[in-house]
Ligand binder design. Sequence first.
Ligand SMILES: NC(=O)c1ccc[n+]([C@@H]2O[C@H](COP(=O)([O-])OP(=O)(O)OC[C@H]3O[C@@H](n4cnc5c(N)ncnc54)[C@H](O)[C@@H]3O)[C@@H](O)[C@H]2O)c1
Length: 372
Amino acid sequence: MKTLTPPAPKTGPEIFQNVGKEKSPIYFGRGVLSLLPGILQDLDFDTLYAVADDGVERIHGEALRRTLHGVRHQVLVFPAGERSKSLQTFEALVGRLLELGVTRRSLILGFGGGVSGNLAGFLAGTLFRGIRLAHVPTTFQAQTDSTLSRKQALNCHGKNLIGCFHTPCFTLSDTDWMATEPRRSLLGGMSESIKNALIRGGDFHDYLVEHLDAAVAEDAEQLHDLAHQSILSKLAILREDPTEKGEAVILEYGHTLAHALEMITSGRFTHGECVGIGMVFNARLSRRLGILQAGDEPAAEALVARIGLPTRLPADVSSEALLEAMRLDNKRRGRHIEFILLERVGRPHRGPHGLLHPVTDECIRETLEHCR
Ligand SMILES: NC(=O)c1ccc[n+]([C@@H]2O[C@H](COP(=O)([O-])OP(=O)(O)OC[C@H]3O[C@@H](n4cnc5c(N)ncnc54)[C@H](O)[C@@H]3O)[C@@H](O)[C@H]2O)c1
């Protein structure tokens, strides 16, 4: 584990404007947590309710409480892990919030990784039909990916099947948190950066190829830069389509299989690890359908392998179980399961059905077998 660096931003905080009509600034940089009291001063709320998993609360709860000194607040804790993205945890948190006196003037703060952010986001988006939300993401994944999205979701029968769109009034992404992030979580988070490179190509892809190894070696500066570039690459996609219902559906590259694998193996693999395997599968499927150029399939797999993530399906998960779980994918429009496919690394394929391509079960089954 690395040591925490002093909270003095080296180059000053950067502020990105998130996309969409609502104002939703992202304060990014080392030590930006210290900006929190000042930002909160400008918001008129009665109580701040932070929602954190028990792992993050144990390591960083005190730092948050110290920063919130003088601000009326409560910290609500739930058990860490994907299983908590459930209706049961949601209901327990709603009960606790009501007991504590939450009102329409309250502010919900997601503190932690993508699970805390999604739970806080769904709570804020649905409680009293919507109250204000803010994020303090503490994982690479949450800083560079999930908190940029307005999509908030819970797992119910399948992955992310219940959800809403809700925009945070601000996000405070302090890269110093990454110093304590477990390595497995950190590397898993980078899979979404690889995804952005695979679907967008261009400068971001070249940057990633050049700098990935140093970030994997946990060079703090390189990690900070990779997070910065990853945020910009995702915002560029969201800018055209903030609700991810049109062109930004390419962000789902690799996620059809990833979500099925994540649900079946329930906690054995991280979200990022499942996305890694899902991206390799999509490249293989694209090649099998004659869409992806030869040479680009191994290139896609090599990028996932470079961050040390698994690229093959576990032997004990059957293709039938994966097919069944993929039938519950929330992108599906008709009879067939649908995927984002690539023509080249950096170029998604647009076919007669748009960017999502229905694929027969037989072809999916065969490709799954080739991913073992
Ligand atoms: N559009 C979206 O909303 C979107 C996009 C991508 C992913 N997601 C969701 O995000 C979730 C995955 O998020 P995640 O990868 O951040 O996992 P996570 O929230 O489960 O966090 C991973 C683990 O790291 C610990 N942790 C977090 N920050 C830490 C820190 N700074 N130091 C030490 N430990 C720390 C947590 O306690 C947890 O055990 C999935 O549910 C996924 O579906 C949502």
